[in-house]
Design a protein around this ligand. Structure first.
Ligand code: FAD
Length: 341
C-alpha cells in the first residue's frame, strides 16, 4: 500500500471577502499549476477551496485562473470570516477530500486559519514561505514531497522545510511572490459543493461590527512604478518623490528610512514590510540588504543608483548608476521631463 493512500492533488485556499477574491489565491493556483506540471507521473490536479456565503458564482472565476476543480462551501455561517466556523469547515473539507498538499496565502486571515486547521488534523505546516517546489526524485518513487522555503534567522538565511510524515503538507505563502497566470475564460473544470456537518452553530465569538481599515496614502503593492528611497537618499527625498510623480509612480522606502523617521511604515518594502513586483523599481541609495531585496527582487526591471560600486543592490539590478544620488537623480528627473515634453 502507498505510504499516503488516498491523498492526492494540490489544494489552494481561495480567500475572499465580500465576494472579492484575494489575488494571492490566484497566485498560488498559478504556482500549483507549475508544480503539478513538474510531476506528470503523479496525475495531480489543482483544486481551489472557496468558503463563504453566496459565493458559488465565483467558482468559474477560480477555474479561469487555473483550477481543475473547485470545492465550494457556501453557508451563512461563513459570510464573514470567523476562526471557529472557517476552521471547522476547512478541517472537514480536508478530512473528506484528502489533499496531498494544501496552500494558503500568508495573509492576516490565512495566518490565523491555516495553523488552527493544521493543529486539528495533526499536519505539518510551514509558515510564511517565499518559494515552493516538489522533490522530483521522490516523485519518481510516487511521493510528491513539497519543498517549502522561507526566510529564517532574521532573514539572513533561507531554510527549506519538508513535512514527510503527515498529509496534507500545509504551507502559508506570502502574497506577491508568484506570478498570476493570465485568465483563460475558456477553461473548464469541475465544481463540487460541500456542506459541513456543524457540531454547533452557536458562535464562540460574535461580531458586533466590521470596521473597514482606512488605508492612509497609496498602496505600494498595486503600483506599477516604484522609486525606492534608501538611507543614501535621505537628503533628497523630495527629488525621489518628484521622480516617482514624473513617472506616474509611487515612492517607497527601506526599513532604515522608516526607522529614521523619514517615511511611514506602510511604504516599507522588504521582509518586514511589503512585497512588491512593479514593472520598474528605481532603487536610490539602497544598499541591497537581503531583507529589502526579499521584498522587491521580482520587479520586472530594477535600476539602482548607489555611490558604492560594490553595493549588493547592483547584483540584482538590470541597470546601475555609480554616483551620488543627490546628483544623479535630479538629472534623471530632468531627462524624464524632457522625454515627456
Ligand atoms: P544602508 O544599509 O545604510 O545603505 C545605504 C546605501 O546608500 C549604501 O549602499 C550606500 O553606499 C548608499 N549611499 C549612501 N549615500 C549615498 C549617496 N549620497 N548617493 C548614492 N548612494 C549613497 N530592511 C528593509 O528595507 N525592509 C525590511 O523589511 C527589513 N526587514 C528586516 C528584518 C530583520 C529581521 C532585520 C534584521 C533587518 C531588516 N531590514 C529590512 C534592515 C536591512 O537589514 C537593512 O538594514 C536595510 O535594508 C538597509 O537600508 P538602506 O539600504 O536604506 O541603508
Amino acid at each position: 500500500m502507498a505510504k499516503f493512500e488516498g491523498y492526492k492533488d494540490i489544494y489552494v485556499f481561495v480567500e475572499q471577502k465580500n465576494g472579492v477574491i484575494a489575488e494571492v489565491g490566484y497566485e498560488l493556483i498559478s504556482e500549483a499549476r507549475k508544480l503539478v506540471a513538474s510531476i506528470p507521473e503523479m496525475g495531480f490536479k489543482v483544486v481551489g477551496v472557496l468558503l463563504g456565503h453566496q459565493i458559488a458564482d465565483k467558482a468559474n472565476e477560480v477555474i479561469a485562473h487555473g483550477a481543475d476543480k473547485v470545492i465550494v462551501v457556501d453557508d451563512v455561517l461563513l459570510k464573514d470570516y470567523s476562526t471557529q466556523f472557517y476552521a471547522d469547515a476547512l478541517t472537514q473539507v480536508i478530512e473528506n477530500y484528502k489533499p496531498d498538499s494544501f496552500l494558503t496565502g500568508a495573509t492576516v486571515l490565512g495566518r490565523d486559519l491555516a495553523p488552527r486547521v493544521a493543529a486539528r488534523i495533526n499536519a505539518g505546516l510551514t509558515a510564511d514561505a517565499t518559494k515552493i517546489a516538489i522533490d522530483l526524485d521522490k516523485a519518481k518513487e510516487g511521493e510528491a514531497l513539497l519543498l517549502v522555503t522561507r526566510p529564517t534567522f532574521g532573514g539572513n538565511l533561507f531554510g527549506t522545510i519538508v513535512c514527510p510524515d503527515t498529509r496534507p503538507q500545509m504551507a502559508t505563502i506570502r502574497p506577491k511572490v508568484f506570478d498570476m497566470a493570465p485568465v483563460d475564460e475558456t477553461r473548464t473544470g469541475e465544481v463540487e459543493t460541500f456542506s459541513p456537518n456543524w457540531k454547533t452553530t452557536e458562535p464562540e465569538v460574535t461580531i458586533d461590527k466590521v470596521v473597514e481599515k482606512i488605508v492612509e496614502g497609496v498602496d505600494i503593492t498595486k503600483a506599477n512604478i516604484l522609486v525606492g528611497a534608501g538611507r543614501g537618499a535621505e537628503g533628497c527625498l523630495d527629488v525621489v518623490k518628484a521622480c516617482a510623480e514624473e513617472l506616474d509612480g509611487v515612492m517607497c522606502a527601506t526599513r532604515a528610512v522608516v526607522e529614521d523617521g523619514y517615511a511611514d511604515k506602510n511604504i516599507q518594502v522588504g521582509q518586514t514590510g511589503k512585497t512588491v513586483r512593479p514593472a520598474l523599481y528605481i532603487a536610490c541609495g539602497i544598499s541591497g540588504a537581503v531583507q529589502h531585496v526579499a521584498g522587491m527582487e521580482k520587479s520586472d526591471m530594477i535600476i539602482a543608483i548607489n555611490r558604492d560600486p560594490e553595493a549588493e543592490i547592483f547584483k540584482i539590478s538590470n541597470m546601475g548608476f555609480v554616483g551620488d544620488v543627490n546628483e544623479v537623480l535630479p538629472l534623471l528627473v530632468e531627462e524624464i521631463k524632457k522625454a515627456k515634453a
